[in-house]
Design a protein around this ligand. Structure first.
Ligand code: G5P
Ligand code: MG
Length: 218
């Protein structure tokens, strides 16, 4: 069997379940998960030059400028060049998609098509473990112990950009800037669309699709 690295992208509106589905993909297929949002938030916490610049955009639910994003992500991907990876939240503009396509060959793009009306309430109830990116929802998948991460026991926090007015700005940015990216990948015959309102119903379809591309490891 020819051994080749596998490169996947997961896309979808804010709150569509990219992080949730990614953690299941990582569990079953052992891809390296790189989330652009988690990476940015780590840069903000460490107060790097990129983090300081990105902060004001993230806080108002706007997209961080392309140049900064492309440099940050392509640099991270260099470190993962010999591994299978899953990129979550990048690219988000056609400019970013072109820069990525010029640099690496992507095998597939998983697009989570979740209606906007179910998203806002999900994000109000989201709590995260910032260091790992693990996500919880008070109603849907609460932590075992209230306010604490299941794995480390560390405190959970809420994201600043999950306030309802910021969520609306993020959805608008998605509609305007990221929907054209799905067309870009569709034209390249790379887009696999998964439509639904519940991650548990979407997940078996994603699992089946990925199993046809690479064997599950666990
Ligand atoms: P992020 O961090 O990439 P978003 O907005 O794309 O942020 P987000 O909010 O991280 O996406 P998600 O990962 O798609 O959402 O969703 P999730 O965390 O798995 O699930 C959301 C919530 O719903 C959780 O509480 C989960 O438990 C719950 N949930 C999941 N499934 C279900 C279900 O079936 N039912 C229910 N009831 N609940 C469920 O980007 C953040 C910011 O960073 C910048 C931008 O400023 C962006 O706004 N940024 C970029 N800027 C420019 N270019 C880029 N490439 C950028 N990437 C990030
Ligand atoms: Mg996420």
């Amino acid at each position: 069997m020819i051994s080749k690295v596998f490169r996947a992208i997961i896309m979808g509106p804010p709150g569509s379940g990219k992080g949730t589905i990614s953690s299941r993909i990582v569990r079953d297929f052992k891809l390296n998960h790189l989330s652009s949002g988690d990476l940015l938030r780590a840069q903000v916490r460490s107060q790097t030059a990129a983090g300081l610049k990105a902060k004001e955009y993230i806080e108002r639910g706007a997209l961080v400028p392309d140049r900064l994003m492309v440099d940050l992500i392509l640099d991270e991907l260099k470190g993962l060049s010999s591994t299978d990876w899953l990129l979550d939240g990048f690219p988000r503009t056609v400019e970013q998609a072109k820069a990525l396509a010029d640099d690496v060959a992507v095998d597939t793009v998983i697009n989570l098509d979740v209606p906007f009306d179910v998203i806002v309430s999900r994000l109000e109830g989201r709590w995260v473990h910032a260091a790992s990116g693990r996500v919880y929802n008070l109603e849907w998948n609460p932590p075992k112990e209230q306010g604490k991460d299941d794995v480390t026991g560390e405190p959970l926090t809420q994201r600043d950009d999950d306030r309802p007015e910021t969520v609306l700005a993020r959805l608008k940015a998605y509609q305007e800037m990221t929907t054209p990216v799905t067309d870009f990948f569709r034209e390249m015959n790379l887009l696999e669309q998964f439509t639904g309102t519940e991650s548990d119903k979407i997940w078996p379809h994603v699992h089946k699709f990925l199993s046809s591309k690479l064997p599950p490891t666990g």
